[in-house]
Ligand binder design. Structure first.
Ligand code: CP3
Length: 350
């Protein structure tokens, strides 16, 4: 296929083509561990400005590209970015994460939500994704991302990040009708948003269900998995060729269930040995991951050993090399550079 021969490495691997080495990128590769990001943050102290003023979001997205040439360049944004477009006002507080000013707790609030119209409420996404594609050409793959219904509902209902998820679990386990309506509305709008990101240039899209690992497996089956499926099914109806990645944090007890979500690729976190993940999922499920982000605090020799170990365990098909979750803010940039250099020499090393 002519298209495939010029397609960038990550996209080819994500489609299941045989490649010479696993493509590599890092979750949260743009952000606080980079001096260039911290400097820009002084000029634009508001996260919403950094992620919604197109020139700034483009610059931030490209900072890791310019520094390390990863095989994937991810849109700089946040999972809560589309919420104002549904009628949920939000802010992102320094050091705290998303804040929802009027948390969703009632039927009336759910009824008042409107379906997302990305052209109207997220026009900057188009500018950013188009520019990223233009900038990286066929040298790298542009990734979009969204939050999954359960994780977005956790923010919308709790009003902020939570350690216990008491409010949303109270809702889920006492009177789940309102919550299911909210999750259905989110699934619908998130599917619209994924389609929009693809139409604007995203070549692979990752869905973060970061807090679905807080659910027991039976509750995951009720409150997370069906809504992940809804999003993936809707997107596949119109965009069957765009690879979709699923991430759940703390997913060791959920891997087999995640494999039924309709995602093309599963992110594996470091609580599971990559060899075990492969054995449990079978050889047809593509995987991403899975180094402990803390490995990047280790020596160069240690970082290299862990990369080699992961890549050998993952085998030579259907693997995107990544951390098991986002890079930590205190990580030395030098070690991030070493991680990418080592990963990109892999066909010579393995
Ligand atoms: O360039 C990229 O790699 C994109 C980075 C990215 C951000 N948010 C930027 C950001 C991604 C992939 C997200 C998604 C996101 N946002 C998730 C899913 C990923 C995951 O970690 O599971 C979640 C749960 C959120 C919600 C959120 N937003 C949190 C928990 C925080 C961090 C709070 C903190 O300060 O520790 C945010 C804020 C945020 N989003 C930051 C960044 C770089 C940090 C704030 C800043 O840099 O000023």
């Amino acid at each position: 296929m002519g298209v495939s021969s010029t397609a960038p490495l990550l996209l080819r691997a994500a489609r299941g083509e045989q490649v010479d080495r696993p493509p590599v990128w890092m979750m949260r590769q743009a952000g606080r561990y980079m001096k260039a990001y911290r400097d820009l943050r002084e000029k634009y102290p508001s996260f919403r400005d950094r992620s919604e003023i197109p020139e700034v979001a483009i610059e931030v997205s490209l900072q890791p590209w310019k520094a390390f040439q990863p095989d994937g360049v991810i849109l700089f944004s946040d999972i809560v970015t589309p919420l104002p477009g549904l009628g949920i006002d939000m802010d992102i507080a320094e050091g705290k994460g998303p804040i929802i000013h009027s948390p969703i707790r009632s039927q009336q609030q759910v009824d008042q939500l409107h379906p997302l119209d990305p052209e109207a409420s997220l026009p900057f996404i188009k500018t950013v994704l188009q520019s990223l594609r233009q900038e990286v050409g066929n040298q790298s793959t542009v990734l979009g991302f969204v939050g999954a219904p359960w994780t977005l509902a956790a923010y919308a209902v709790e009003g902020k990040g939570s350690k216990t998820y008491s409010i949303i679990k109270n809702m889920a386990f006492s009177d789940p009708t309102i919550l299911h309506q909210l999750l259905t509305k989110f699934a619908d709008s998130i599917a619209t948003y994924v389609r929009y990101q693809i139409d604007c240039g995203a070549q692979v899209v990752q869905m973060f269900d970061s807090w679905a690992g807080q659910l027991s497996p039976q509750d995951y089956d009720t409150f997370a998995l069906p809504y992940q499926k809804m999003v993936f099914e809707k997107v596949k109806q119109t965009h069957p060729d765009t690879p979709l990645i699923l991430l759940v944090t703390g997913s060791a007890g959920l891997l087999e269930r995640m494999a039924t979500s309709g995602a093309d690729i599963l992110t594996i976190d470091w609580s599971v040995d990559m060899a075990d993940a492969r054995a449990r999922l079978g050889k047809h499920v593509k995987v991403q991951g899975n180094l402990d982000p803390g490995v990047l605090f280790g020596s160069k020799q240690f970082i290299r050993d862990r990369i080699l170990d992961t890549v050998r365990k993952a085998g030579n098909w259907g693997h995107i090399l990544n951390l098991g979750h986002g890079v930590l803010p205190e990580t030395p940039e030098e070690n991030v550079a070493f991680f990418f250099e080592t990963a990109k020499q892999l066909n010579a090393l393995v």
